[in-house]
Ligand binder design. Structure first.
Ligand SMILES: Nc1ncnc2c1ncn2[C@@H]1O[C@H](COP(=O)(O)OP(=O)(O)OP(=O)(O)O)[C@@H](O)[C@H]1O
Length: 341
């Protein structure tokens, strides 16, 4: 069996819990043949997934295979900027923050918008790219939904600007905000790459990307095309969201995107009339998940009716909310900066 045949066989093996092969995910570090036996070296952090793969490979090669594991650096203190030599489609940005979630609807866009504005309030130059092709909510949340794409003399797209940040959204490519983007993931990826390359962002201290939820092609491609400084993962404390978030964390770890931390949204609800606290989605799940995967916990945001109302009106709570509401997002921005600066 030569190397190509072994690789071809490995291309059939899916990574546990993900719909991608271990070859596509770059988990296969090296392939060789020693004494007529394939020798496959996997580079990965997750012990459980490694054991599953060991047995999948043994089945695939009828027991006639040697599986080795390349110990990845187990970093206690994270070493940022250590992605697997990705391309850099955004050389104008000093740091790139990818905000994602395992599950939809947990408040990822709200966190992306308010984190971006919080960073701008600190004096950083910030661009926000809404890459959530399934639900591009950033235009509504920043009052830029009525803007049309415009090009400057250098044929570059001019980003919208509001609340001190530059904004570009895949949502602005549709005739109206309720037109769905029916794109294959390959088309979505090309559109996003165009937004990275063809938008006149200028120099940025931070490019914040509101990613689509989940662990699909778009996330993987963005990680290959950009040197992501830190992934920020948003979750609610409920078990179904946390299961999905574990997959997102594992994916980031395995494709070597440094994780800036976890944000727990909709953590609790204080009834405005009785001041009684309700843990609608459960309690403490986000912090426990961060601990389990040894990633920083960036902060909690309660379920707050005004946050929803402000966001629907296109007013980021960190800009115009009360002191408490501003505090939640500022605290998250501070904690993230501590991780990456
Ligand atoms: N802390 C909060 N309190 C109250 N409402 C919130 C809070 N965070 C987000 N929301 C509301 O929840 C809804 C979903 O939020 P958002 O669009 O940010 O989620 P998402 O994870 O980006 O969703 P999608 O997967 O659709 O992109 C919005 O209406 C938003 O205003």
């Amino acid at each position: 069996m030569n190397k190509e045949t072994i690789l071809e066989e490995l291309g059939k093996v899916r990574y546990p819990g993900l719909d991608k092969s271990i070859v596509d995910l770059k988990v296969v570090e090296e392939v060789a043949e020693e004494n007529g036996k394939p020798v496959v070296t996997l580079s990965m952090q997750n012990d459980e997934a490694y054991q599953v793969l060991e047995s999948r490979l043994s089945d695939l090669f009828n027991g006639n295979v040697e599986v080795r594991r390349k110990a990845m650096m187990q970093k206690k203190s994270m070493n940022y900027g250590d992605t697997a030599n990705p391309n850099n489609r955004a050389p104008y940005a000093k740091r790139i923050i990818a905000v994602t979630s395992g599950k939809g609807g947990v408040g990822k866009s709200t966190v992306s918008v308010n984190l971006s504005v919080a960073l701008a309030q600190k004096g950083f130059k910030v661009g926000l790219l809404d890459a959530d092709v399934y639900g591009p909510n950033v235009p509504r949340m920043t009052q830029t939904a009525d803007e049309k794409l415009q090009w400057n003399d250098n044929y570059k797209i001019i980003p919208s600007e509001n609340f001190g940040i530059k904004i570009m959204s895949v949502g602005l490519t549709t005739p109206s905000s309720d037109t769905p983007l029916v794109w294959r993931s390959s088309v979505a990826v090309s559109a996003l790459i165009q937004f990275l390359e063809d938008v006149d962002w200028g120099e940025l201290d931070f490019l914040v990307i509101d990613m689509p939820p989940g662990t699909g092609d778009i996330q993987l491609t963005m990680a290959q095309e950009l040197p992501i400084t830190a992934g920020v993962i948003v979750t609610t404390p409920q078990p179904v969201a946390l299961d999905d978030v574990s997959r997102a964390i594992m994916m980031f770890k395995d494709i070597k995107v440094p994780i800036g931390g976890l944000v727990e949204n909709m953590s609790f609800f204080i009834a405005p009339d009785t001041k009684k606290r309700y843990d609608i989605f459960g309690k403490g799940g986000g912090e426990a998940t961060a601990k389990k995967y040894d990633i920083p916990f960036l902060g909690k945001i309660p379920l707050d009716m005004q946050i929803r109302e402000f966001s629907d009106e296109g007013i980021p709570p960190v800009a115009m909310g009360d002191k408490r509401q501003k505090g939640y997002y500022k605290n998250i921005a501070d904690n993230l900066l501590k991780q990456i600066l």
